[in-house]
Design a protein around this ligand. Sequence first.
Ligand code: FES
Length: 109
Amino acid sequence: MPSEPWVKLLAVRDCRPECPRYLEVDGFELAVIHLMDPDRFFVVKNSCPHAGGNLAAGTVEGGVVTCPWHQWSFNLDSGECTTSASVKLHRYDCRIEDGYLYARLAAPG
Ligand code: FES
């Protein structure tokens, strides 16, 4: 089965560390999250899997994003929720090339 194509999202320099950023690309609503120490990026579906909260308006600390609606938290490395084992963050593959962040955008399976 062919993989989704890589989609250019934005310049890495436009992603402030620990400050999620909302993006809408090709109909996908995304939260882009830049972590420091180590320096890395995550692209996740912006809609919180609990009840659709705006994750781009959430807080980020220690590799965890916390939704602003009911404060459920999600580990960015695993996607696991620290509040409920029944939900998981939808993360997209992403990579950096020539100073830009790219992602493979696919509907959650
Ligand atoms: S909608 Fe995100 S914690 Fe409830």
